[in-house]
Design a protein around this ligand. Sequence first.
Ligand code: ADP
Length: 828
Amino acid sequence: MAAGSAIQIPSRLPLLLTHEGVLLPGSTMRTSVDSPRNMQLVRSRLLKGTSLKSTIIGVIPNTSDPTSDCDDLPSLHRCRPARSGSLAASDAAAWIGTAALAVQVVGSNWPKPHYTLLVTGLCRFQILQLLKEKPYPVAEVEQLDRLEQFTNQHKSEEELGELSEQFYKYAVQLVEMLDMSVPAVAKLRRLLDNLPREALPDILTSIIRTSNQEKLQIVAIRPNRRINHIPTTIEDEEEEEDHDDVVMLEKKIRTSSMSEQALKVCLKEIKRLKKMPQSMPEYALTRNYLELMVELPWNKSTKDRLEIRAARILLDNDHYAMEKLKKRVLEYLAVRQLKNNLKGPILCFVGPPGVGKTSVGRSIAKTLGREFHRIALGGVCDQSDIRGHRRTYVGSMPGRIINGLKTVGVNNPVFLLDEVDKLGKSLQGDPAAALLEVLDPEQNHSFTDHYLNVAFDLSQVLFIATANTIATIPPALLDRMEIIQVPGYTQEEKIEIAHRHLIPKQLEQHGLTPQQIQIPQVTTLDIITRYTREAGVRSLDRKLGAICRAVAVKVAEGQHKETKPDRAEVGEGEDCKEHVTEDAKPESISDTADLALPPEMPILIDFHALKDILGPPMYETEVSQRLSQPGVAIGLAWTPLGGEIMFVEASRMDGEGQLTLTGQLGDVMKESAHLAISWLRSNAKRYQLTNASGSFDLLDNTDIHLHFPAGAVTKDGPSAGVTIVTCLASLFSGRLVCSDVAMTGEITLRGLVLPVGGIKDKVLAAHRAGLKRIIIPQRNEKDLEEIAVNVRQDLTFVMASCLDEVLNAAFDGGFAVKPRVESLNSKL
Ligand code: ADP
């Protein structure tokens, strides 16, 4: 369509002066027309004309001042500036415009009368003489863009052909640098092949992003120069577009406070960036890298404001109980205040979920006035998660440490490394080893993330770790940490935590006030004992959240109905009926009898309301029922989620002396079972234990099945030894184990009871389950000191050093021939 040489334009052309845009041969442009002269041209020429010829006009771009009245004939960009009035013939000789076909005319009266023209450029023309100016300008023109004209006058045809070919190749090369999978790019590539070579410069100019000024140059320039000019324009455009950003980036790099080594690397990279075509994938990579480098807080830190007294108050305000933890944290902070460096072990809080480990970490950051950032390590099994990917990978990223620093924007935050016990290991390297480098004060001042590839000083970062158990923390890592055990809470502590912290927080989150909802302590206790079974307070918090949601609905409904009659005005009978069931208390949420009434504030959460909101209780104390036959005993187990009570069941049947064990047991547990049976067999006579046929050989014609119910949790560890012995003693003696006794302890073949771990969690679990007497190994007596006085008061502890003592304490009236019960009603 733009093959200039094939088109013959009329020698007289009406001229359209455009404000905006420059029309090039071969391209199409939409232009708005509203000046009187142009409007005239459209009306009397385009709309009235009938021949094709009458739709060809000359388009002259007006670049003098787009805001000035377009009625003045403008000068072309390379002529003198526009003057008002007519055009002298000498000026006109220099005018070059683009002849165009008016393809479409659309008229509109809004916001003011105007036409929108769609014009397609045909070829260039030069004005020879202006024939008239009114009502619209008409000029005598000479068609340009006839190759033969130029070839005759200037260069040989061959040379121009060569130039066109070169141009074509250059254009192809440039386009192929782009992503060919983009449909528009592929189309452009096809276009290059299909268009006549001499039309390429114009069409490419109209496609690429060029300023009007540049387009004007292309309109006016001769074909050979035009061809040379465009590649430079394309390059200029690409460079210019990004040049500003790169210059800015360089400035930022130079003014940032990064380390000398980092600065050197960045300057090298920016030098490369400047030379790189933008379309290269590496361009974006390098830019992202440099932007990250600029963003990192090389030298930015918050000022520590540490005041031990304030810290103590803050910790106390934020957390109830956990005295040991708070004490140790204060010690740690005090040492930091006196000795201004962070060298020393990393604190690691170990305990069941929901006991406030994260929350204490957050408080530490608050007391220090530092930023807080949590890095979840659970399931991380690739070392590049910690140390980043090398930049050679597509999609490479910095590791979590560097990312965290970018997020907080300072170099001295508190980083909480959450769940270090859940670090994985895989073919992609050991993340624990990477973490070691991060935590080691001797090394971490020059921590090198693979992505950054320069050292970053982590020595100002305060690391705190959390874990559920130390058993799975990689030993090398454990070596760097100081473990602080955070045990589970007692029921009383949970009630206090709920009323001091959790309930106020939930009320606030749900937009409720204490005047609207009342949760008595007995209800909280009900939630704790019948709806949750946990060492921490996370489920409790969730249940309280559920209650608040339900109450929020009631309150909102009540507000809606406030216009309805007040309770006092309601008929006597109705009122009475309600109060009979509710026992004259304030209205409970369960009271849905009359929805038309607004609820009476505060809404009281009693047991009925609990049942309505949370459903029937999930845990009932089942202990006594389960101990109603011989062969059942209650043990105490420790799991990363806190202490648990564990029923051990045994049954015997005719067989060949085989022992079957079920309930997901580890090897140590199986060994305990064998030990227990051996000890009982060797002591059968002493205790008068017999098999079904009355023989002291307990396994004679007898099979034994031992089962450890409650689930899919793998149970291992030696502490069930005493429970297995008790359970089997009950089975073979036919006597019931006391229903309120729980026990823990490792056994030896000679019947000694050895100490075990996790006593505090186990005791708390027994207390939660409502048991009264606890048998523990003698050598664990010291562990009882850690247990809260009120819990100790509720329980009777039996310290046992041998199995005789265990059995004596486990059965009502004792078990052995010579009972020797050492019962201690906690004097600690
Ligand atoms: P963890 O990190 O041990 O799994 P979180 O720190 O996430 O537990 O605690 C869960 C919720 O319980 C938090 O809302 C926390 O504020 C609250 N919480 C836990 N222990 C206490 C406590 N002793 N005093 C006040 N709130 C507590």
